[in-house]
Unconditional design. Sequence first.
Length: 429
Amino acid sequence: MPAYAIIGGQWGDEGKGKVVDLLSEKADIVARFNGGNNAGHTVINNMGNFKFHLIPVGILRPNCIALIGNGVVVNPDAFAAELATLHESDVNTSNLIISEKAHLIMPYHIKLDELEERRRSEIGEAIGTTGMGIGPVYMDKTSRIGLRMIDLLDKNTLFHKLEVVLKQKNDVISKLYGGDPVDLDYSYERCLVWAEELASYIKPIEPVLYDALSSGKKIMLEGAQGAMLDLDHGTYPYVTSSSPSVGGACTGLGISPRDITGVAGVYKAYTTRVGSGALPTELHDEIGEFIREKAGEYGTTTGRPRRCGWFDGVAARYSSMINGFTSAILTRLDVLDGISPIRICTSYKYNGKQLTEFPADALILENCEPVYEDMPGWDKPTASVTSLDDLPQEALNYIERLSEIIGCPIDMISTGPGREEAIIVKPIF
C-alpha cells in the first residue's frame, strides 16, 4: 500500500496535528520527515490535550509505529521532555523510532541561532527565527560537519568529532559575535546522557518503511510547518531551513516518489503567519483581532501571536501546484461564523499590474496589494458540525469557491479542535 502525505498549504499552523490524529486511525506508520522542535502540533482527543514538537502524532495510536525521519533535526532535551509528558499520560512509546541519520541540535547551535538573530535585529533584518538552533544545525548538515544520532552510539569517536567541530564553533561564537564559548566537557557529558536516554529508539528506518510498503501497510507522512515556508519554494528569505513540501518527504525518509499515491494539502479557512515576511492579506483591524482571539492564534511552540488575514488564493493555488495536491483539507471553518462579508484574495496588484502567479521576489510580494472577491458570510454556527447537510448554504458556497481556487477537491472540513469534529466528504487515507 502506498504512502500518503499531509502537507501544510500555507505558512504553517494549519491544523495538521488534528488532521493526522484523526486520519492515523487507519495508519500502520506515521512518519515525520522535516523540521525540528520549532514546529508544533496540537491534538485534542479522548486521551487529553497534547502538544507535539518532535514526536509524530501517530504515537497516540497504540498499534501505529511513530517514526522520526532523517530529515528531522532533534534536540535531545526537547525530545526527552516530550517523552516524559507522554509517559505521564500513560502513552506507550515502545513503538517510537528515531532515524540513526537524524542530526542532533547541540547547545552551540542554539547559541549561534540566538546570536545571529540578535545581530540581524540590530540592523533591521530579523528573520523571526524561533531561536532553537534549527538553521545552524541544517547549515552543519550541508557543510558535512554535523553530529547524527548514530554518533551518540559510538563513544570512542564521539569526543573527537565534538572536539573538532566545537573548536570551529567557539571561534565563531567568541570572535564574530563576542559571545561566551561552549564548554567541550559539558557538551560531551550531555551527549553521554542523551546516548543513555535515546539508544533504544535509534534505528535504521529504511528497512522499516520498505517492509511496510512491500507488505501492503499504510504509511502517513506527517509534514511540519507549511509549503510557503519551504527553503526553495517559499517566501525566501523568510522561510524555514528544511523542505515542508512533498519533496521533503522523499529525502527526509528515504522513500521513492512512486510510493506516494496521495498528497493532501491542509488549509485554514483564512490565513495566518508567525514572524517576519510578507502576508498580503494581513488584517490590521478588529476583524483580524477577532479571528486571533476566537481561534487562539498564538504559536504552539513560541506563544507568539499569529498575524491573521483573509484566505490568500494566490498562495494557496501556488502551494497546490508545487505539491500536486490530490485532496485539500479545510480547517477552522467555524472561526468565520458570524463574519460577513468574507473576502478571498484571488490576485495581487503590483505597480498597476495584476498578478495571478505567486512572485518569487520577497520585495515584490511585500508591495503587492490583494485583489478581493467578497462572499456573503453565514449566521448559523458551523462549530462541531459533522455533516455537509448541516452546513449553511453560504458556507458550502465558500468551500466550493476555495476548492476551485486551490484546484483540487476539499475532501475534509474541520469544524473544531476535537478529533471527531470534522466532515469527511471523501475518504482521504
